[in-house]
Design a protein around this ligand. Structure first.
Ligand SMILES: Cc1cc2nc3c(=O)[nH]c(=O)nc-3n(C[C@H](O)[C@H](O)[C@H](O)COP(=O)(O)OP(=O)(O)OC[C@H]3O[C@@H](n4cnc5c(N)ncnc54)[C@H](O)[C@@H]3O)c2cc1C
Length: 490
């Protein structure tokens, strides 16, 4: 047995480091175990855009997170508000009413206070320009309830969290994989067995916080729980989130909870590598589909591209793409909307085609040309009149085609025609462990497993079927902070 710690945190992403900070702030000695080598540290958190969804009443609340905002910047912002009730309703709406009400309420009500706490720890945020706002009449008009991101995106968030944790005296062991929870004679958790490059080590702890991600990078578990075909998808983030924390907890009697056959999965470049690339990070995603149409290799549409604001559809459309022939889809745009495409459409690594005619585009991308021509012709005929407005659900839809396009329906008739080839990229899994309001892991009998806490992706019960963009980091921070404080005995 090596030196004992008050709190051992397994994982080193956002949830883990928020737990470490919160436990350290409460005076606990803290060890963070990171399976990855130092160079690859930071989990999926590193790969994010750093966008965080919090409730806010107006600009004053946003300024509390960005106190260094200049007067000119403030003048050019139109953030509106995003109340706790709206956040809660969005969460319930996209999860088909299934999100655990207590977890959902905690996430929503603690979102802004937790970001203020992070800011007080030294984390810096900026307005989420570009991806969540459009310029209208000289103002950045935000849409979709998502207004802040960490400085430097996911990499910045991760680097800042590590730096602040180190300053606080948190120890971090790299290449150290938690493999087993140690239990005492009464069944409580009293440490972790760790596989390191120099062999197995048992670390004693008063409490353990599990924050080591879901099972999205484990092909066997994906197939077992999400279903056939999921072993073939691309993983958007790290190869390290292989369900270890969930398995370790289940082994000591923890309760499984949430949507085990559900996950967050998006449109991801067809030729992206099997797991995340630390330079490209999230730019393989292709999220501007609400302004075009999406077809499969036969040239047929299969989703309502404008069903809702992008934040509320993108995480479930990856699954729809996985179910298409060859797990492939093509996002088709015309010259009228080229200027609206997000930054990720201009990277060198895009699998894309550009042509003056749709036939040429179909040829370039290997789409069945007749199918594409027929689809575009019937789509164009179905487009209804109305004012196109990308900052809101504009109601400019189609009539008489299936699936419909409910908003932002513009005819596709102006060269150049652009096509982007995508496949399914999995982000994280929804099933996991059951926790209570203190972040304690519950047993199969519904009682807390003594000494065991959890936060982040491996907590089940919050997301079902779908997910509101930016809620993953927020959930990790809220429940990480709670778990860390509880683990330290506060
Ligand atoms: C490309 C991409 C973009 C995203 N964009 C956003 C966004 O903008 N906003 C948002 O809210 N969410 C976003 N997400 C989702 C977000 O990444 C997650 O919700 C969040 O980062 C999860 O945090 P976490 O701390 O639970 O897990 P992670 O950050 O993945 O951390 C898990 C850690 O556990 C470690 N680990 C795993 N097993 C072990 C073990 N046995 N022992 C020790 N360590 C272990 C891993 O190495 C890793 O460090 C995105 C995800 C991806 C992949």
């Amino acid at each position: 047995m090596t030196k004992a710690y008050d709190v051992v945190v397994v994982g080193a992403g956002n949830a883990a480091l928020c737990a470490a900070l919160s436990a350290g702030e409460a005076g606990a000695s803290v060890l963070v175990l990171e399976k990855a080598p130092e160079y690859f540290r930071g989990g999926n958190t590193y790969f994010t855009g750093g966008a965080i969804r919090c409730a806010y009443r107006g600009l004053k609340d946003v300024k509390a997170l960005i106190p260094d905002m200049s007067a000119e910047e403030e003048e050019a912002l139109e953030v509106g508000s995003y109340t706790q009730a709206e956040y809660y309703d969005d969460l319930m709406r996209v999860t088909e009413g299934m999100s655990d009400p207590a977890l959902a309420q905690t996430l929503v009500s603690r979102s802004h206070p937790t970001l203020r706490w992070m800011r007080a720890q030294g984390l810096r945020f900026v307005p989420l320009y570009g991806r969540q706002s459009f310029m209208q009449e000289g103002k950045h008009r935000f849409w979709g309830g998502l207004v802040v991101e960490a400085v430097g995106g996911g990499k910045g968030l991760s680097d800042q969290l590590f730096a602040i944790s180190m300053e606080l005296g948190v120890d971090v062991w790299y290449e150290s994989k938690g493999v087993k929870l140690l239990t005492d004679e009464r069944g409580g958790v009293c440490g972790v067995r760790v596989q390191t490059s120099v062999g197995m080590r048992d670390v004693a702890a008063r409490s353990v916080v599990l924050a080591c991600g879901g099972f999205e990078a484990n092909a066997e578990m994906r197939t077992r729980y999400l279903g056939p075909g999921w072993e073939l998808v691309k993983v958007r983030g790290v190869p390290y989130n292989t369900g270890d924390g969930i398995r370790m907890a289940l082994d000591v009697g923890a309760q499984s909870y949430g949507h085990w056959s559900g996950c967050h999965a998006v449109a991801w470049d067809l030729n992206a590598p099997p797991t995340g690339d630390r330079n490209v990070t999230d730019l393989f995603q292709k999220h501007s589909y609400p302004f075009g149409i999406v077809v499969n290799v036969e040239g047929r549409r299969f989703v309502d591209e404008g069903a809702d604001l992008r934040n509320y559809t993108y995480a479930k459309y990856g699954r729809e793409i996985m179910n298409q022939p060859r797990r492939a889809a093509f996002q088709i745009f015309d010259g009228k909307v080229k200027h609206l495409l997000r930054d990720e459409y201009s990277i060198a690594q895009c699998t894309m085609g550009e042509a003056d005619t749709l036939e040429e585009l179909a040829g370039a991308l290997d789409i069945e040309p007749q199918g594409l021509m027929e689809t575009v012709a019937s789509f164009n005929e179905a487009v209804q009149s109305g004012e196109f407005d990308p900052t809101r659900l504009d109601g400019k839809g189609t009539l008489g085609i299936s699936p419909p396009k409910s908003n932002w329906a513009l005819t596709i008739d102006t060269p150049p025609y652009l096509g982007y080839a995508v496949t399914c990229g999995i982000t994280f899994t929804f099933g996991g462990l059951r926790i209570n309001e203190r972040g304690q892991v519950l047993s199969t009998e519904g009682t807390p497993v003594r000494g065991l806490f959890a936060a982040g992706e491996l907590v089940g019960g919050l997301f079902y079927h779908n997910y509101p963009g930016g809620a993953g980091l927020m959930a990790g921070s809220v429940f990480g902070r709670i778990a860390g404080a509880s683990a330290a005995g506060v």
